[in-house]
Design a protein around this ligand. Structure first.
Ligand SMILES: Nc1nc2c(c(=O)[nH]1)N[C@H]1C(S)=C(S)[C@@H](COP(=O)(O)O)O[C@H]1N2
Ligand SMILES: [Mo]
Length: 312
């Protein structure tokens, strides 16, 4: 990833004005959430993304500006709370994210239950990723997190493991959407093991250098940027290595509409709408959707010899 390969700069060169310009380097030097506090101490607001000559906007590797913190935290899909995208932030405000544990097990050599602080102790990086929802809207989001592959390496998948299954939190007291009988809760998802091992698959703990807000999946969620957003599960509590392709919430609800792979593809349409174009939140003109959401170089090898039409 270009965004994580910028050489670090000596801290003596970081001036208050330079901090924002060199935010990504700074994040690497200072590390994760601590960096946000330091940025704040320097009088720098890491929560906005309005370009000025002094503070150019954060850009992804295609040169597209990140959405603002406000947009990313007030237009959400999180059905455990509500199906109203603009209502999630308010309903999730008091969602308790501590204590929090993630149980990693199944077909592994070293099953282990991680406390959230142990997951935050993995070396964190900032990655500016595009997120393309299957509903044909998209955003550019500066996440903080670490590759899922690093966690999987610790638990050591057995050779019989072929898929990774994710289970998320079911907190009836704080998640009013769980009362909806239309969904087979809890929200579950899955990846093929080689997809999960791809460097792009990120376990996310932060956003714009701050701790992840509840509406975006606190305290830990996945970001799989070459797939439709529904694969990027929020509030993970369990990760299982399994032999068979796992059941997932959306595939269970409507297998003909939401396949297991769910790779972003402008040529494979949802039965009820086209996937050829998308609306970037904050823009009016629609833009063309890119194969694998623009990450072809990093992921196409995963699907060599496999039909992207029958395996949608
Ligand atoms: N647990 C859980 N994770 C979820 C969802 C959900 O409803 N519940 N929605 C998914 C969908 S459809 C999308 S597009 C993204 C949205 O992430 P964002 O709100 O942080 O932009 O989260 C995904 N992860
Ligand atoms: Mo989505």
């Amino acid at each position: 990833m270009k965004t994580s390969k910028i050489p670090s700069i000596p801290s003596s060169e970081i001036t208050p004005e330079g901090v924002y310009l060199n935010r990504r380097q700074f994040m690497k030097l200072a590390g994760g959430a601590g960096a946000a506090a330091l940025l704040a101490a320097c009088g720098v607001q890491p929560t906005e993304n309005v370009a000025t000559p002094e503070t150019p906007a954060l850009l992804d590797e295609l040169g597209e500006p990140a959405n603002t913190f406000e947009q990313i935290t007030h237009y959400n899909n999180y059905y455990e709370f509500t199906t109203d995208k603009e209502g999630v932030a308010n309903l999730a405000e008091d969602f308790p994210t501590t204590p929090w544990q993630v149980e990693v097990g199944g077909l592994v050599q070293n099953p282990r239950t991680y406390d959230i602080d142990q997951l935050r102790a993995f070396p964190q990086e900032e990655r500016i990723y595009r997120l393309r929802c299957v509903e044909a809207w998209s955003m550019v989001i500066p996440w903080t997190g670490f590759p899922l592959a690093k966690l999987l390496a610790e638990v050591e998948p057995l050779t019989s493991a072929r898929y990774v299954a994710f289970t998320t939190k079911m907190d009836e007291e704080h998640m009013p959407g769980l009362k909806s009988p239309f969904y087979p809760w809890p929200y579950t998802e899955g990846l093929r093991l080689d997809e999960a091992m791809n460097d792009l698959a990120l376990l996310v703990t932060g956003l714009y250098g701050k701790d992840l807000p509840p509406q975006d999946g606190a305290p830990i969620r996945l970001a799989v940027p070459w797939k439709y957003g529904f694969k990027s599960v929020k509030s993970i509590v369990k990760i299982d290595l399994v032999e068979e392709m796992p059941e997932t919430l959306w595939n269970t609800v409507a297998a003909n509409e939401y396949g297991f792979y769910a790779n972003v593809n402008p040529d494979v349409h949802h039965p009820r709408w086209s996937q050829a174009t998308e609306r970037r939140i904050g823009e009016t003109k629609r833009r063309e959707t890119l194969l694998f959401n623009g990450y072809t170089e990093q992921v196409s090898a995963l699907y060599e010899g496999m039909s992207l039409y029958s395996n949608f």
